[in-house]
Design a binder for this molecule. Structure first.
Ligand SMILES: Nc1ncnc2c1ncn2[C@@H]1O[C@H](COP(=O)(O)OP(=O)(O)OP(=O)(O)O)[C@@H](O)[C@H]1O
Length: 238
């Protein structure tokens, strides 16, 4: 089954076409990286999936359900079972780590929220930080809090927009390994935006390369490496 399908999606802002007749199908259980230069429409795809923006044309399907059709919203963002992690983590500075991670669960009135928060924090090795505040944590720990806050809501699909961009090389490695570990453990679908092709090639099982509002190539890292177009050779420095 396809977890996500974009069918003939077109999106413009003013007279600028950001996505042009995009067709994408991402199978269940996949870890997909969207690669492409700045302004190629990667974040726009995530926003369309999350329901924060609507396409001008085309249908979007998530977990077998049509969530938008042309510029009509059929399923609201909070009903889509999606977690979203921005580059700017948007942690609440005045709330403890425990309260940050519990935020969505409390809104949903989940009675056993403390147990769920503690279990997720243990999995991510941030159990010791629960009573601290975001400014008392390292960049990597803050990143893990943002990931915990999304995963504790048990989304089917996790959208990550350059989540490691602000971390140093060592922390990047640690968080990257954690993400892969969780992906296996929770069998969650991930769509991950990156500028860094090395990151994409080591983490993803499917890569989508965007170029000038269109899909340049889709394939496993091996397929992309074996038959790269001229643009991909240039972009990825093959
Ligand atoms: N709300 C908006 N209003 C007008 N233009 C927008 C809006 N959001 C995005 N754009 C434009 O759409 C294009 C694609 O933006 P998008 O953020 O999807 O690119 P991206 O591939 O994620 O880029 P980056 O790698 O720099 O984050 C850019 O030219 C951007 O300026």
């Amino acid at each position: 089954m396809m977890e996500v399908e974009l069918q003939n999606i077109t999106k413009s802002y003013g007279n600028k076409t950001v996505l042009k007749d995009i067709h994408l199908a991402l199978p269940n259980g996949s870890f997909t990286c969207l690669l492409g230069s700045s302004g190629s429409g990667k974040t726009t795809i995530l926003k369309l999936l999350a329901g924060f923006e609507l396409p001008d044309k085309g249908d979007i399907w998530i977990s077998g359900e049509k969530v938008s059709s042309n510029n009509k919203l059929l399923k609201a963002p909070h009903e889509r079972g999606i977690g979203y992690i921005f580059q700017d983590l948007s942690l609440w500075p005045h709330l403890s780590v425990m309260e940050n991670i519990a935020f969505g669960l409390k809104i949903r009135k989940v009675a056993a929220y403390k147990d769920k928060v503690m279990e997720m924090a243990q999995r991510l090795n941030i159990g010791e930080t629960l009573s601290k505040y975001p400014h008392q944590l390292s960049g990597g720990q803050q990143q893990l809090v943002a990931i915990a806050r999304s995963l504790v809501l048990e989304p089917n699909l996790l959208l990550m927009d350059e989540p490691l961009a602000n971390l140093d090389v060592k922390l990047k490695k640690v968080v990257r390994e954690k993400i892969l570990e969780l992906k296996k453990l929770l069998s969650i679908n991930i769509i991950y935006v990156s500028h860094d092709h090395r990151e994409a090639f080591t983490m993803a099982d499917q890569i989508v390369v965007l170029n000038e509002a269109q899909v340049e190539a889709v394939g496993t890292p091996q397929q992309i490496r074996e038959s790269p177009s001229e643009f991909i050779k240039y972009f990825i420095e093959l």
